[in-house]
Design a binder for this molecule. Structure first.
Ligand code: NAI
Ligand code: MG
Length: 504
Protein backbone atom coordinates (compact mmCIF):
# COMPACT_ATOMS: atom_id res chain seq x y z
CA UNK A 1 0.00 0.00 0.00
CA UNK A 2 2.60 2.45 -1.16
CA UNK A 3 0.02 5.00 -2.30
CA UNK A 4 -1.09 5.46 1.30
CA UNK A 5 2.31 6.32 2.72
CA UNK A 6 2.91 8.99 0.05
CA UNK A 7 -0.22 10.98 0.90
CA UNK A 8 0.35 14.35 2.57
CA UNK A 9 -1.95 14.57 5.57
CA UNK A 10 -1.33 18.26 6.22
CA UNK A 11 -4.68 20.07 6.29
CA UNK A 12 -5.23 22.55 3.45
CA UNK A 13 -5.89 26.29 4.09
CA UNK A 14 -9.43 27.38 4.95
CA UNK A 15 -11.32 29.80 2.70
CA UNK A 16 -11.62 33.37 4.06
CA UNK A 17 -15.39 32.95 4.57
CA UNK A 18 -14.98 29.76 6.62
CA UNK A 19 -12.05 31.18 8.60
CA UNK A 20 -14.06 34.30 9.44
CA UNK A 21 -17.05 32.27 10.61
CA UNK A 22 -14.93 29.94 12.74
CA UNK A 23 -13.20 32.92 14.42
CA UNK A 24 -16.52 34.32 15.65
CA UNK A 25 -17.19 35.12 19.28
CA UNK A 26 -18.86 32.13 21.00
CA UNK A 27 -22.56 32.88 21.40
CA UNK A 28 -25.93 31.17 21.52
CA UNK A 29 -28.91 31.73 19.25
CA UNK A 30 -32.02 32.45 21.32
CA UNK A 31 -35.16 34.36 20.28
CA UNK A 32 -33.62 35.21 16.89
CA UNK A 33 -30.66 36.95 18.54
CA UNK A 34 -27.04 36.10 19.19
CA UNK A 35 -26.57 36.21 22.95
CA UNK A 36 -23.71 35.69 25.40
CA UNK A 37 -23.73 32.78 27.79
CA UNK A 38 -24.54 33.47 31.46
CA UNK A 39 -21.04 32.23 32.29
CA UNK A 40 -17.77 32.26 30.40
CA UNK A 41 -17.35 28.53 29.80
CA UNK A 42 -16.44 27.42 26.31
CA UNK A 43 -15.68 24.22 24.40
CA UNK A 44 -12.73 24.06 22.04
CA UNK A 45 -13.43 23.52 18.36
CA UNK A 46 -10.94 21.09 16.86
CA UNK A 47 -10.12 20.24 13.27
CA UNK A 48 -9.83 16.41 13.32
CA UNK A 49 -7.75 16.51 10.13
CA UNK A 50 -4.94 18.36 11.94
CA UNK A 51 -5.76 17.92 15.62
CA UNK A 52 -5.47 21.69 15.98
CA UNK A 53 -7.78 23.90 18.07
CA UNK A 54 -9.36 26.39 15.68
CA UNK A 55 -12.03 28.15 17.73
CA UNK A 56 -14.44 28.13 20.65
CA UNK A 57 -18.15 27.60 21.15
CA UNK A 58 -20.23 28.23 24.26
CA UNK A 59 -20.50 25.47 26.84
CA UNK A 60 -24.05 26.40 27.83
CA UNK A 61 -25.03 26.74 31.48
CA UNK A 62 -28.33 25.61 33.00
CA UNK A 63 -29.44 29.25 32.86
CA UNK A 64 -28.67 29.38 29.15
CA UNK A 65 -30.75 26.27 28.54
CA UNK A 66 -33.59 27.67 30.64
CA UNK A 67 -33.49 30.88 28.61
CA UNK A 68 -33.69 29.01 25.32
CA UNK A 69 -36.52 26.78 26.54
CA UNK A 70 -38.41 29.84 27.82
CA UNK A 71 -38.09 31.46 24.39
CA UNK A 72 -39.35 28.33 22.66
CA UNK A 73 -42.16 27.96 25.21
CA UNK A 74 -43.37 31.55 24.72
CA UNK A 75 -43.18 31.20 20.94
CA UNK A 76 -45.21 28.01 21.09
CA UNK A 77 -47.79 29.17 23.60
CA UNK A 78 -48.81 32.37 21.81
CA UNK A 79 -49.21 30.54 18.50
CA UNK A 80 -46.91 32.85 16.52
CA UNK A 81 -45.70 29.81 14.57
CA UNK A 82 -48.38 27.11 14.88
CA UNK A 83 -51.04 29.75 14.24
CA UNK A 84 -49.60 30.80 10.89
CA UNK A 85 -51.37 29.55 7.81
CA UNK A 86 -49.77 26.18 6.94
CA UNK A 87 -48.70 27.50 3.53
CA UNK A 88 -46.94 30.40 5.25
CA UNK A 89 -44.94 27.98 7.41
CA UNK A 90 -44.20 25.93 4.31
CA UNK A 91 -42.87 29.01 2.47
CA UNK A 92 -40.58 30.01 5.31
CA UNK A 93 -39.15 26.50 5.44
CA UNK A 94 -38.57 26.54 1.69
CA UNK A 95 -36.83 29.89 2.05
CA UNK A 96 -34.50 28.34 4.64
CA UNK A 97 -33.78 25.50 2.20
CA UNK A 98 -33.06 28.06 -0.55
CA UNK A 99 -30.68 30.00 1.69
CA UNK A 100 -28.90 26.80 2.64
CA UNK A 101 -28.56 25.95 -1.03
CA UNK A 102 -27.22 29.42 -1.85
CA UNK A 103 -24.53 28.94 0.83
CA UNK A 104 -23.97 25.22 0.21
CA UNK A 105 -20.26 25.48 -0.57
CA UNK A 106 -19.49 27.32 2.65
CA UNK A 107 -21.60 24.87 4.67
CA UNK A 108 -19.79 21.92 3.08
CA UNK A 109 -16.41 23.42 3.92
CA UNK A 110 -17.33 24.22 7.53
CA UNK A 111 -18.78 20.73 8.00
CA UNK A 112 -15.62 19.17 6.57
CA UNK A 113 -13.36 21.26 8.79
CA UNK A 114 -15.40 20.58 11.92
CA UNK A 115 -16.07 16.88 11.40
CA UNK A 116 -13.05 15.67 9.43
CA UNK A 117 -15.13 14.30 6.55
CA UNK A 118 -14.09 15.14 2.97
CA UNK A 119 -15.57 18.40 1.74
CA UNK A 120 -16.61 16.58 -1.44
CA UNK A 121 -18.66 14.11 0.63
CA UNK A 122 -20.25 16.90 2.65
CA UNK A 123 -21.11 18.69 -0.60
CA UNK A 124 -22.54 15.53 -2.18
CA UNK A 125 -24.33 14.02 0.81
CA UNK A 126 -24.68 16.12 3.95
CA UNK A 127 -25.74 19.51 2.62
CA UNK A 128 -28.09 18.33 -0.17
CA UNK A 129 -29.50 15.79 2.29
CA UNK A 130 -30.28 18.56 4.77
CA UNK A 131 -31.93 20.64 2.03
CA UNK A 132 -34.08 17.64 1.00
CA UNK A 133 -35.26 17.11 4.57
CA UNK A 134 -36.39 20.73 4.80
CA UNK A 135 -38.12 20.69 1.43
CA UNK A 136 -39.85 17.35 1.93
CA UNK A 137 -41.14 18.22 5.41
CA UNK A 138 -42.13 21.76 4.37
CA UNK A 139 -44.79 20.19 2.16
CA UNK A 140 -46.36 18.39 5.13
CA UNK A 141 -47.19 21.69 6.85
CA UNK A 142 -50.16 22.09 4.50
CA UNK A 143 -51.00 18.38 4.19
CA UNK A 144 -51.41 17.39 7.81
CA UNK A 145 -55.10 16.70 8.38
CA UNK A 146 -57.44 14.93 10.76
CA UNK A 147 -60.46 12.72 10.08
CA UNK A 148 -64.20 13.04 10.40
CA UNK A 149 -66.84 10.37 10.77
CA UNK A 150 -70.37 10.60 9.43
CA UNK A 151 -72.73 12.26 11.94
CA UNK A 152 -75.08 9.82 13.68
CA UNK A 153 -78.21 10.21 15.81
CA UNK A 154 -78.41 9.41 19.52
CA UNK A 155 -81.57 9.85 21.67
CA UNK A 156 -80.29 13.22 22.90
CA UNK A 157 -79.29 14.54 19.48
CA UNK A 158 -76.94 14.22 16.55
CA UNK A 159 -73.30 13.44 17.23
CA UNK A 160 -70.62 14.93 15.04
CA UNK A 161 -66.95 13.97 15.54
CA UNK A 162 -63.55 14.76 14.11
CA UNK A 163 -59.88 14.60 14.95
CA UNK A 164 -57.40 17.46 15.02
CA UNK A 165 -53.68 17.10 14.45
CA UNK A 166 -51.83 19.49 16.76
CA UNK A 167 -48.13 20.17 17.23
CA UNK A 168 -46.62 18.39 20.24
CA UNK A 169 -45.12 21.61 21.60
CA UNK A 170 -41.59 22.56 22.61
CA UNK A 171 -39.00 20.08 21.33
CA UNK A 172 -35.51 19.43 22.72
CA UNK A 173 -33.46 18.06 19.83
CA UNK A 174 -30.06 16.54 20.51
CA UNK A 175 -27.88 15.41 17.61
CA UNK A 176 -24.51 13.66 17.19
CA UNK A 177 -21.34 14.54 15.32
CA UNK A 178 -21.27 12.11 12.38
CA UNK A 179 -23.61 14.07 10.05
CA UNK A 180 -24.03 17.29 12.02
CA UNK A 181 -26.15 19.46 9.71
CA UNK A 182 -28.04 16.53 8.17
CA UNK A 183 -28.98 15.20 11.62
CA UNK A 184 -30.06 18.70 12.66
CA UNK A 185 -32.21 18.98 9.52
CA UNK A 186 -33.78 15.56 10.23
CA UNK A 187 -34.84 16.89 13.62
CA UNK A 188 -35.90 20.46 12.91
CA UNK A 189 -37.76 19.85 9.61
CA UNK A 190 -40.68 17.77 10.90
CA UNK A 191 -40.88 19.83 14.11
CA UNK A 192 -41.14 23.10 12.19
CA UNK A 193 -43.60 21.68 9.65
CA UNK A 194 -45.81 20.43 12.48
CA UNK A 195 -45.85 23.86 14.12
CA UNK A 196 -43.60 22.98 17.05
CA UNK A 197 -40.89 25.25 18.43
CA UNK A 198 -37.49 23.88 19.34
CA UNK A 199 -34.16 24.04 21.05
CA UNK A 200 -31.44 22.29 19.04
CA UNK A 201 -28.22 21.07 20.64
CA UNK A 202 -25.51 19.95 18.24
CA UNK A 203 -22.80 17.60 19.50
CA UNK A 204 -19.99 19.27 21.44
CA UNK A 205 -17.51 18.11 18.74
CA UNK A 206 -19.45 19.63 15.83
CA UNK A 207 -21.46 22.73 16.62
CA UNK A 208 -20.44 24.92 13.70
CA UNK A 209 -23.01 24.21 10.98
CA UNK A 210 -25.94 24.42 13.43
CA UNK A 211 -24.69 27.89 14.42
CA UNK A 212 -24.22 28.87 10.78
CA UNK A 213 -27.77 27.66 10.08
CA UNK A 214 -29.04 30.00 12.80
CA UNK A 215 -27.66 32.91 10.73
CA UNK A 216 -30.22 32.07 8.06
CA UNK A 217 -33.23 31.76 10.37
CA UNK A 218 -34.09 35.45 10.60
CA UNK A 219 -33.60 36.01 6.87
CA UNK A 220 -35.87 33.05 6.09
CA UNK A 221 -38.60 34.73 8.11
CA UNK A 222 -39.02 32.54 11.19
CA UNK A 223 -40.65 34.39 14.10
CA UNK A 224 -38.41 34.84 17.16
CA UNK A 225 -38.18 31.91 19.56
CA UNK A 226 -39.23 29.21 17.09
CA UNK A 227 -35.69 27.93 16.45
CA UNK A 228 -33.01 28.20 19.14
CA UNK A 229 -29.50 26.74 19.28
CA UNK A 230 -27.70 25.81 22.46
CA UNK A 231 -24.13 24.52 22.26
CA UNK A 232 -22.71 22.56 25.15
CA UNK A 233 -21.95 19.23 26.71
CA UNK A 234 -24.39 16.35 26.83
CA UNK A 235 -24.27 15.56 30.52
CA UNK A 236 -24.89 19.23 31.41
CA UNK A 237 -26.79 21.20 28.73
CA UNK A 238 -28.26 18.09 27.07
CA UNK A 239 -29.34 16.69 30.41
CA UNK A 240 -31.01 19.98 31.36
CA UNK A 241 -32.97 19.95 28.10
CA UNK A 242 -34.13 16.36 28.61
CA UNK A 243 -35.35 16.99 32.16
CA UNK A 244 -36.79 20.45 31.59
CA UNK A 245 -40.46 20.67 32.68
CA UNK A 246 -41.31 23.09 29.86
CA UNK A 247 -40.13 20.70 27.15
CA UNK A 248 -42.81 18.43 25.64
CA UNK A 249 -40.74 16.19 23.39
CA UNK A 250 -37.17 14.93 23.19
CA UNK A 251 -35.68 13.76 19.91
CA UNK A 252 -32.22 12.23 20.09
CA UNK A 253 -29.75 10.61 17.74
CA UNK A 254 -26.59 9.10 19.19
CA UNK A 255 -25.30 6.16 21.18
CA UNK A 256 -27.61 3.47 22.52
CA UNK A 257 -26.09 4.01 25.97
CA UNK A 258 -27.10 7.70 26.09
CA UNK A 259 -30.42 6.92 24.37
CA UNK A 260 -31.33 4.62 27.26
CA UNK A 261 -30.31 7.28 29.77
CA UNK A 262 -32.36 9.95 27.98
CA UNK A 263 -35.39 7.67 27.90
CA UNK A 264 -35.09 7.24 31.68
CA UNK A 265 -34.53 10.92 32.32
CA UNK A 266 -37.53 11.96 30.22
CA UNK A 267 -39.81 9.70 32.26
CA UNK A 268 -40.44 11.99 35.25
CA UNK A 269 -42.22 14.49 33.01
CA UNK A 270 -43.40 11.75 30.62
CA UNK A 271 -42.13 13.51 27.53
CA UNK A 272 -42.64 12.11 24.08
CA UNK A 273 -39.35 10.52 23.04
CA UNK A 274 -37.90 9.62 19.64
CA UNK A 275 -34.59 7.77 19.66
CA UNK A 276 -32.32 6.97 16.72
CA UNK A 277 -29.51 4.88 18.13
CA UNK A 278 -26.61 2.64 17.23
CA UNK A 279 -26.27 -0.35 14.98
CA UNK A 280 -24.14 -3.30 13.95
CA UNK A 281 -25.68 -3.75 10.55
CA UNK A 282 -25.15 -7.01 8.65
CA UNK A 283 -24.31 -7.13 4.94
CA UNK A 284 -25.08 -10.46 3.27
CA UNK A 285 -23.44 -11.39 -0.05
CA UNK A 286 -25.07 -14.33 -1.82
CA UNK A 287 -23.14 -16.69 -4.14
CA UNK A 288 -24.84 -15.45 -7.34
CA UNK A 289 -23.53 -11.86 -7.24
CA UNK A 290 -21.32 -10.14 -9.77
CA UNK A 291 -18.31 -9.77 -7.49
CA UNK A 292 -16.74 -6.98 -9.55
CA UNK A 293 -19.64 -4.62 -8.84
CA UNK A 294 -20.59 -5.97 -5.41
CA UNK A 295 -17.21 -5.72 -3.66
CA UNK A 296 -16.89 -1.92 -4.06
CA UNK A 297 -20.48 -1.52 -2.84
CA UNK A 298 -19.79 -3.64 0.22
CA UNK A 299 -16.59 -1.65 0.88
CA UNK A 300 -18.52 1.61 0.60
CA UNK A 301 -21.09 0.28 3.08
CA UNK A 302 -18.43 0.37 5.81
CA UNK A 303 -15.80 2.90 4.69
CA UNK A 304 -18.15 5.78 3.78
CA UNK A 305 -17.79 8.54 6.42
CA UNK A 306 -14.96 6.46 7.93
CA UNK A 307 -17.53 3.99 9.23
CA UNK A 308 -19.00 6.67 11.49
CA UNK A 309 -22.49 5.87 10.28
CA UNK A 310 -25.33 4.46 12.38
CA UNK A 311 -26.20 2.04 9.53
CA UNK A 312 -22.58 1.18 8.62
CA UNK A 313 -22.36 -2.32 7.15
CA UNK A 314 -19.96 -3.44 9.84
CA UNK A 315 -20.65 -7.20 9.78
CA UNK A 316 -20.02 -8.79 6.41
CA UNK A 317 -21.39 -12.28 5.70
CA UNK A 318 -20.17 -13.51 2.32
CA UNK A 319 -21.11 -16.93 0.98
CA UNK A 320 -18.21 -19.37 1.25
CA UNK A 321 -18.01 -19.72 -2.56
CA UNK A 322 -17.36 -15.98 -3.11
CA UNK A 323 -15.77 -14.96 0.22
CA UNK A 324 -12.16 -14.75 -1.00
CA UNK A 325 -13.07 -12.88 -4.19
CA UNK A 326 -15.24 -10.38 -2.33
CA UNK A 327 -12.39 -9.65 0.09
CA UNK A 328 -9.94 -9.25 -2.79
CA UNK A 329 -12.34 -6.84 -4.46
CA UNK A 330 -12.70 -4.84 -1.26
CA UNK A 331 -8.93 -4.72 -0.76
CA UNK A 332 -8.61 -3.26 -4.26
CA UNK A 333 -10.57 -0.21 -3.07
CA UNK A 334 -8.00 0.63 -0.35
CA UNK A 335 -6.30 3.42 -2.35
CA UNK A 336 -9.69 5.03 -3.03
CA UNK A 337 -10.54 5.03 0.69
CA UNK A 338 -7.06 6.00 1.90
CA UNK A 339 -7.69 8.62 4.60
CA UNK A 340 -6.83 12.20 3.70
CA UNK A 341 -7.41 15.65 5.23
CA UNK A 342 -10.96 16.92 4.80
CA UNK A 343 -10.04 19.77 2.43
CA UNK A 344 -7.88 17.58 0.16
CA UNK A 345 -9.92 17.46 -3.07
CA UNK A 346 -8.79 13.83 -3.58
CA UNK A 347 -10.28 12.70 -0.25
CA UNK A 348 -13.00 10.05 -0.11
CA UNK A 349 -12.40 9.17 3.52
CA UNK A 350 -11.31 11.70 6.12
CA UNK A 351 -10.22 11.66 9.73
CA UNK A 352 -12.01 10.14 12.72
CA UNK A 353 -13.90 12.80 14.70
CA UNK A 354 -11.60 12.95 17.76
CA UNK A 355 -8.65 11.42 19.55
CA UNK A 356 -11.10 9.70 21.89
CA UNK A 357 -12.93 7.99 19.00
CA UNK A 358 -9.64 7.24 17.22
CA UNK A 359 -8.30 5.51 20.31
CA UNK A 360 -11.59 3.66 20.73
CA UNK A 361 -11.44 2.34 17.16
CA UNK A 362 -7.77 1.33 17.48
CA UNK A 363 -8.65 -0.29 20.82
CA UNK A 364 -11.28 -2.44 19.13
CA UNK A 365 -8.81 -3.53 16.45
CA UNK A 366 -6.31 -4.48 19.18
CA UNK A 367 -9.01 -6.37 21.11
CA UNK A 368 -9.99 -8.23 17.94
CA UNK A 369 -6.38 -9.31 17.37
CA UNK A 370 -6.04 -10.39 21.01
CA UNK A 371 -9.20 -12.47 20.62
CA UNK A 372 -7.69 -14.25 17.59
CA UNK A 373 -8.88 -12.17 14.62
CA UNK A 374 -6.52 -11.62 11.66
CA UNK A 375 -6.13 -8.42 9.70
CA UNK A 376 -6.95 -8.91 6.01
CA UNK A 377 -6.51 -5.22 5.23
CA UNK A 378 -5.43 -2.07 7.12
CA UNK A 379 -5.58 -2.51 10.87
CA UNK A 380 -3.32 0.45 11.52
CA UNK A 381 -3.17 4.23 11.51
CA UNK A 382 -1.39 5.92 8.59
CA UNK A 383 1.40 8.43 9.09
CA UNK A 384 0.23 12.01 9.62
CA UNK A 385 1.24 15.31 11.17
CA UNK A 386 -1.52 15.41 13.78
CA UNK A 387 -5.06 14.40 12.96
CA UNK A 388 -6.91 11.19 13.75
CA UNK A 389 -6.68 8.81 10.82
CA UNK A 390 -7.40 5.08 10.67
CA UNK A 391 -6.77 2.98 7.57
CA UNK A 392 -9.76 1.08 6.15
CA UNK A 393 -9.70 -2.26 7.94
CA UNK A 394 -11.04 -5.77 7.34
CA UNK A 395 -10.85 -8.35 10.14
CA UNK A 396 -11.25 -12.06 9.43
CA UNK A 397 -11.06 -15.25 11.55
CA UNK A 398 -13.63 -13.73 13.88
CA UNK A 399 -16.37 -15.42 15.88
CA UNK A 400 -19.70 -14.22 17.27
CA UNK A 401 -18.36 -13.87 20.81
CA UNK A 402 -15.74 -11.25 19.97
CA UNK A 403 -16.34 -7.61 20.91
CA UNK A 404 -15.46 -6.57 17.34
CA UNK A 405 -18.43 -8.64 16.14
CA UNK A 406 -20.88 -7.69 18.90
CA UNK A 407 -20.24 -4.00 19.56
CA UNK A 408 -20.60 -0.84 17.49
CA UNK A 409 -17.04 0.25 16.62
CA UNK A 410 -18.05 3.39 14.70
CA UNK A 411 -14.92 3.40 12.59
CA UNK A 412 -13.75 2.03 9.21
CA UNK A 413 -13.62 -1.55 10.48
CA UNK A 414 -15.59 -4.49 9.10
CA UNK A 415 -15.61 -8.05 10.41
CA UNK A 416 -15.97 -10.60 7.61
CA UNK A 417 -17.44 -14.09 8.05
CA UNK A 418 -18.34 -16.99 5.73
CA UNK A 419 -21.73 -18.71 5.57
CA UNK A 420 -23.22 -21.68 3.74
CA UNK A 421 -27.02 -21.32 3.66
CA UNK A 422 -29.83 -18.82 3.96
CA UNK A 423 -31.25 -19.87 7.34
CA UNK A 424 -27.79 -19.87 8.86
CA UNK A 425 -27.00 -16.35 7.64
CA UNK A 426 -30.41 -15.00 8.71
CA UNK A 427 -29.72 -16.31 12.20
CA UNK A 428 -26.24 -14.77 12.27
CA UNK A 429 -27.52 -11.45 10.93
CA UNK A 430 -30.05 -11.29 13.76
CA UNK A 431 -27.57 -12.32 16.45
CA UNK A 432 -27.23 -8.76 17.75
CA UNK A 433 -28.87 -6.38 20.21
CA UNK A 434 -29.27 -3.88 17.37
CA UNK A 435 -31.66 -3.72 14.44
CA UNK A 436 -31.04 -0.60 12.41
CA UNK A 437 -30.04 -1.56 8.87
CA UNK A 438 -29.10 -4.54 6.74
CA UNK A 439 -27.76 -5.08 3.24
CA UNK A 440 -28.50 -8.00 0.93
CA UNK A 441 -26.57 -8.49 -2.30
CA UNK A 442 -28.08 -10.97 -4.76
CA UNK A 443 -29.59 -11.10 -8.25
CA UNK A 444 -32.12 -13.68 -7.09
CA UNK A 445 -35.42 -11.91 -6.39
CA UNK A 446 -36.82 -14.76 -4.27
CA UNK A 447 -33.71 -14.83 -2.06
CA UNK A 448 -33.87 -11.06 -1.70
CA UNK A 449 -37.46 -11.06 -0.44
CA UNK A 450 -37.04 -14.12 1.78
CA UNK A 451 -34.04 -12.66 3.53
CA UNK A 452 -35.53 -9.15 3.72
CA UNK A 453 -38.47 -10.57 5.67
CA UNK A 454 -36.25 -12.62 8.01
CA UNK A 455 -33.85 -9.87 9.06
CA UNK A 456 -34.96 -7.78 12.04
CA UNK A 457 -33.95 -4.28 11.01
CA UNK A 458 -35.67 -0.96 10.40
CA UNK A 459 -34.27 -0.64 6.88
CA UNK A 460 -33.14 -3.38 4.49
CA UNK A 461 -31.17 -2.44 1.39
CA UNK A 462 -30.91 -4.64 -1.68
CA UNK A 463 -27.77 -4.32 -3.85
CA UNK A 464 -27.02 -0.92 -2.29
CA UNK A 465 -26.39 0.45 1.18
CA UNK A 466 -27.32 3.49 3.26
CA UNK A 467 -29.41 4.98 0.46
CA UNK A 468 -31.76 7.39 2.20
CA UNK A 469 -35.13 8.48 0.80
CA UNK A 470 -36.69 11.42 2.65
CA UNK A 471 -40.14 10.15 1.69
CA UNK A 472 -39.63 6.84 3.51
CA UNK A 473 -39.54 6.21 7.26
CA UNK A 474 -36.23 5.53 8.98
CA UNK A 475 -36.08 3.89 12.40
CA UNK A 476 -34.63 1.07 14.43
CA UNK A 477 -35.78 -2.32 15.69
CA UNK A 478 -34.62 -3.68 19.05
CA UNK A 479 -32.00 -1.48 20.75
CA UNK A 480 -31.53 0.73 17.69
CA UNK A 481 -34.29 3.10 18.59
CA UNK A 482 -37.87 4.15 19.20
CA UNK A 483 -40.00 5.84 16.56
CA UNK A 484 -39.24 7.04 13.06
CA UNK A 485 -37.89 10.02 11.19
CA UNK A 486 -38.70 10.99 7.58
CA UNK A 487 -41.79 10.15 5.56
CA UNK A 488 -45.32 10.38 6.93
CA UNK A 489 -44.28 8.69 10.18
CA UNK A 490 -41.64 11.40 10.60
CA UNK A 491 -44.20 14.20 10.76
CA UNK A 492 -46.57 12.10 12.90
CA UNK A 493 -43.84 11.98 15.55
CA UNK A 494 -44.35 15.72 16.11
CA UNK A 495 -48.16 15.65 16.22
CA UNK A 496 -50.72 15.02 18.91
CA UNK A 497 -54.10 13.66 17.86
CA UNK A 498 -57.14 15.19 19.51
CA UNK A 499 -60.55 13.56 19.16
CA UNK A 500 -63.53 15.93 19.35
CA UNK A 501 -67.01 14.46 19.87
CA UNK A 502 -69.89 16.96 19.83
CA UNK A 503 -73.55 16.41 20.45
CA UNK A 504 -75.27 18.95 18.25
P1 NAI B 1 -23.30 10.39 22.59
O1 NAI B 1 -24.50 9.54 22.40
O2 NAI B 1 -22.75 10.54 23.96
O3 NAI B 1 -23.61 11.88 22.03
C1 NAI B 1 -24.61 12.24 21.12
C2 NAI B 1 -25.29 13.52 21.58
O4 NAI B 1 -25.88 13.32 22.84
C3 NAI B 1 -24.36 14.72 21.74
O5 NAI B 1 -25.03 15.90 21.33
C4 NAI B 1 -24.15 14.77 23.24
O6 NAI B 1 -23.84 16.06 23.71
C5 NAI B 1 -25.49 14.32 23.75
N1 NAI B 1 -25.51 13.75 25.10
C6 NAI B 1 -24.54 13.01 25.69
N2 NAI B 1 -24.90 12.68 26.95
C7 NAI B 1 -26.12 13.22 27.15
C8 NAI B 1 -27.01 13.23 28.26
N3 NAI B 1 -26.73 12.61 29.41
N4 NAI B 1 -28.20 13.88 28.14
C9 NAI B 1 -28.50 14.51 26.99
N5 NAI B 1 -27.70 14.54 25.93
C10 NAI B 1 -26.52 13.90 26.00
O7 NAI B 1 -22.18 9.86 21.60
P2 NAI B 1 -20.58 10.05 21.71
O8 NAI B 1 -20.17 9.99 23.14
O9 NAI B 1 -20.22 11.24 20.95
O10 NAI B 1 -20.07 8.77 20.94
C11 NAI B 1 -19.97 7.52 21.61
C12 NAI B 1 -20.40 6.38 20.73
O11 NAI B 1 -21.76 6.55 20.38
C13 NAI B 1 -19.70 6.27 19.40
O12 NAI B 1 -18.50 5.57 19.50
C14 NAI B 1 -20.69 5.53 18.57
O13 NAI B 1 -20.58 4.15 18.79
C15 NAI B 1 -22.01 6.00 19.11
N6 NAI B 1 -22.63 7.03 18.26
C16 NAI B 1 -23.65 6.65 17.46
C17 NAI B 1 -24.24 7.57 16.61
C18 NAI B 1 -25.35 7.18 15.71
O14 NAI B 1 -25.66 7.88 14.76
N7 NAI B 1 -26.00 6.06 15.95
C19 NAI B 1 -23.78 8.95 16.51
C20 NAI B 1 -22.70 9.27 17.45
C21 NAI B 1 -22.17 8.31 18.26
MG1 MG C 1 -20.88 10.38 25.09
Amino acid sequence: MNEMTKISRAQRPYSPAAAKFIARKPQLFINNEWVDSSHGATIEVEDPSSGKIIGQVVDASDRDVDRAVAAARAAFDDGRWSGLAPMARERIMHRLADLLEANADEFAEIEAIDNGKPKGMAAAVDIPGAISQLRFMAGWASKVAGETTAPYTMPAGTVFSYTLKEPVGVCAQIVPWNFPLLMAALKISPALAAGCTLVLKPAEQTSLTALRLADLIVEAGFPAGVFNVITGNGHTAGDRMVKHPDVDKVAFTGSTEIGKLINKNATDTLKHVTLELGGKSPVVVMPDVDVASTAPGVAGAIFFNAGQVCVAGSRLYAHRSVFDQVLEGMAATAPFWAPRPSLDPEAHMGAIISKEQHDKVMGYIAAGKRDGASVAMGGDAPSSEGGYYVNPTILVDVNPQMSVVREEIFGPVVVAQRFDDLDEVAKSANDTAYGLGAGIWTKNVATMHKLASKIKAGTVWGNCHAVIDTALPFGGYKQSGIGHEQGRLGIEAYLETKTVIIQL
